[in-house]
Ligand binder design. Structure first.
Ligand SMILES: [Zn+2]
Length: 259
């Protein structure tokens, strides 16, 4: 690793070591190393398979069928995605007691797959690996939906109440999950170090969390490939490869090899 990056990782490791209530906040940038592209980036599969806004989904059965077609197309192309160095590093920091947990905008389940348990994760945009009824919240597995969708080309309804079944993600135009947002805000205002990782920090209300942390006296670190609107507010801005930096921090705090 180049010397400059090593120094940066070392500085970040020191901040984590000094803190007692650190929290991480992650966006799409932590999962690109796992092969999952940010849907905001131009081109590629996302162009033909854009997520469908909530109102359109609810309003029409045909749109729901199209939403499932796109969803399964994307799932097939990302099948087998594994947690990357960034996910694994954060999971290790939680294990070491260095990190309270991870608030994530991602819906890819990779924090869970890296070994974090549910009490250490807050998903503010939901989860794309299962579905639920929009009326009664009954949970459905994707395999259940897919079997019915592929047999009939019709989006299945809830077997309990007849309501529309949707992947358990928060779509554009859909209300944010109140309980998860309250937990996220509580973690943010209660932390002494807020690590914003791989998020462009432009989508609200998620982008309000680092501000809330900062206003409550926490240090703010922003680790992202691109500049963010909150860079001026941060105590430390790292514009480098997420996996490389977090892996180096993890090794320092693990007391392992220094390469
Ligand atoms: Zn239902």
């Amino acid at each position: 690793m180049e010397a400059e990056l090593k120094t940066v990782a070392s500085d970040l490791a020191s901040l984590v070591r000094q803190s007692s209530r650190a929290v991480a906040f992650t966006g799409a940038g932590i999962s690109t190393e796992s092969g999952i592209p940010d849907f905001r980036s131009p081109g590629g599969l996302w162009t033909q398979n854009k997520p469908i806004p909530y109102q359109a989904f609810v309003a029409s059965r045909e749109v729901r069928a199209e939403a499932w077609r796109r969803k399964f197309t994307m799932d097939d192309s990302f099948r087998g995605a594994q947690p990357a160095r960034g996910h694994l590093a954060l999971a290790r920091l939680v294990d070491l007691g260095r990190l309270r947990g991870v608030i994530t905008q991602n819906i890819d389940n990779l924090h869970q797959e890296s070994g974090l348990n549910e009490s250490s994760i807050i998903e503010i945009h939901g989860n794309g690996t299962y579905a639920s009824c929009l009326s009664c919240s009954h949970r459905y597995e994707l395999a259940w939906v897919r079997e019915r969708f592929e047999a009939s080309a019709v989006a299945p309804d809830c077997e309990v109440c007849g309501g529309p079944v949707k992947s358990a993600t928060i779509s554009f135009g859909q209300a944010m999950p109140e309980r998860q947002l309250r937990r996220a805000l509580a973690w943010s205002t209660d932390c002494d170090l807020f690590l914003a990782i791989g998020s462009s920090l432009v989508v609200h209300p998620a982008a309000g969390l680092p501000v809330a942390a900062k206003e409550s006296g926490a240090r703010l670190v922003i680790l992202n490939r691109e500049p963010t609107p909150l860079d001026d507010l941060a105590d430390m801005v790292i514009r480098a490869d997420i996996g490389t930096v977090l892996d180096a921090v993890r090794r320092e705090l693990d007391g392992g090899a220094q390469d």
